[in-house]
Design a protein around this ligand. Structure first.
Ligand code: GRF
Length: 197
């Protein structure tokens, strides 16, 4: 395998989080490979207490945190948008970002914003995905990376990983295994995507 840095520099990516940030961490670690075609230039959160911010800071990545409380959605998103553009980001990766985005924000990043969702879309948009897969008697759960559009969890799917459901799985045990798949899927799909748009 060659380990050349990408020609023409790396694509600059901002990651938005609201909590733990394990998918953000997976992207940060993937970007440490010499041949990775993207770099993480900003980690931003709508929750100044988000656990992932500390990890990003320790990795030397610029962070921005601002509570959305008391602000209209479009107002908050305009602040966020300004920070992302100031950081020179060309792409946005949502990684456990738990706020609905305003139509203006989504339009401004059309085709340049990805999300990871813990189900095999189009199944189980929204919350409680693992519980819903188990209740339905599905043989597999999984995760999807998709382009963000105005509709929640609805844009074109770029990649998916199926994860077999085991007898005795609970939403938590299934979520833990799907998370392993998420961490691999997101960096792979993002790398492919920034290379072709
Ligand atoms: C992940 O399961 C992701 O798919 C979903 O929210 C969770 C965030 O986890 N959108 P983390 O913050 O990346 O650890």
């Amino acid at each position: 395998m060659t380990a050349e840095p990408p020609r023409g520099g790396r694509a600059r990516v901002a990651v938005l989080i609201s909590g733990r940030g394990s998918n953000m961490a997976a992207l940060v670690y993937a970007a440490k490979a010499r041949e990775c075609p993207f770099e993480i230039v900003l980690v931003a959160s709508n929750d100044p207490e988000a656990q992932g911010l500390e990890l990003a800071r320790a990795e030397g990545i610029a962070t921005f945190a601002h509570s959305h409380k008391g602000l209209k959605r479009a107002e908050f998103d305009a602040i966020l948008d300004g920070e992302i553009r100031k950081a020179g980001a060309e792409f946005v990766a949502l990684a456990g970002y738990m706020r609905l985005l305003s139509p203006e924000f989504v339009a401004g990043w059309h085709g340049k914003m990805l999300n990871i969702h813990p189900s095999l879309l189009p199944k189980y948009k929204g919350l409680h995905t693992h519980e819903r897969a188990l209740d339905a008697g599905d043989t597999h759960g999984g995760c999807s990376v998709h382009i963000v559009t105005a509709e929640l969890d609805d844009g074109p799917v770029l990649g998916q990983t199926e994860v077999a459901i085991l007898p005795g799985d609970t939403p938590d045990t299934l979520a833990a295994r799907v998370l392993i798949a998420e961490h691999q899927l997101y960096s792979r799909v993002l790398a492919e995507y920034v290379g072709r748009v």
